[in-house]
Ligand binder design. Sequence first.
Ligand SMILES: [Zn+2]
Length: 217
Amino acid sequence: MQIVVPLWRRGFAQYIDGWIVLDTMSSIPDWELAMPGRNAPFALAGVRNPNEILSFVEEYGLLRHSAHDGQAREAFVDWQEEVARLNRIMAWHIASLRGAVEGESAAREMAHMINEGRGDLVVRTNIRVDPDAPRGFVWQRVAQAKTLISAIYHELDELIEAERDMRYCDDCKRVFLVGDPRQQYCNVTCANRAAYHRRAARARAAANHVDAGSAGL
Ligand SMILES: [Zn+2]
C-alpha cells in the first residue's frame, strides 16, 4: 500500500538545550513525503546521538511537526523514546523470525506499540484515472499519514506483516532490512570498515608470526 504524508518539511536542524530545532528559513518546504521509504524505520532506529538525529531531519524531517503547524522543535527525549521503541519491535521481529518464542503476549505488546505509533494514519481509497487501465481507472488504497512517525510505524508494520528479514549489522550493530540473504552489513561503509579490520588483523597476525619465527620459537 502506498503511504502518503502531505507536505512535509526537512532540512537543516540544530540541537539546542535538549531540543531538535528545524531551521524553518533554510529547510526545504513542502517536500511531498509520498513515500518515506523502506529505509526510514531503520534510519530512525539507527540514530544514536543528537548529531545523527540532525542528519535524519536533514533527510526526512521532524517526527511530528512539518513546521506548517508553527512548531519546528521536538524534545530529544521524545526522539530517544521512539528510537528505543522501534528497536524493541525490530529485536522482537528478528528473534521471532528465527524461532525464538516470546509468546503471544509479547506479540500483542508489539502490535499495541505499532498501533500507538501509527496514531492518526487513515486508509483511503483513491480513484486514479488511467486511460491505459482496463477499466479506465485504477482503484487504489492509500495510507494517509499526518506525521512522519506514523508513516514510519506503518511502514514497519508492512515489513513485519510480509515477514521481511531484518538483521543486525556485523559492524555497527544497527538493524537493517535484508535484501540479499548473504548480506552481513547494513551498508557499504560498514562492509568496507569490516574488511579493513580483517586485513589489519591478518597483517598483525603475519607480523607476529614473523617475530615468533625470528625469536626461534
Ligand atoms: Zn552497519
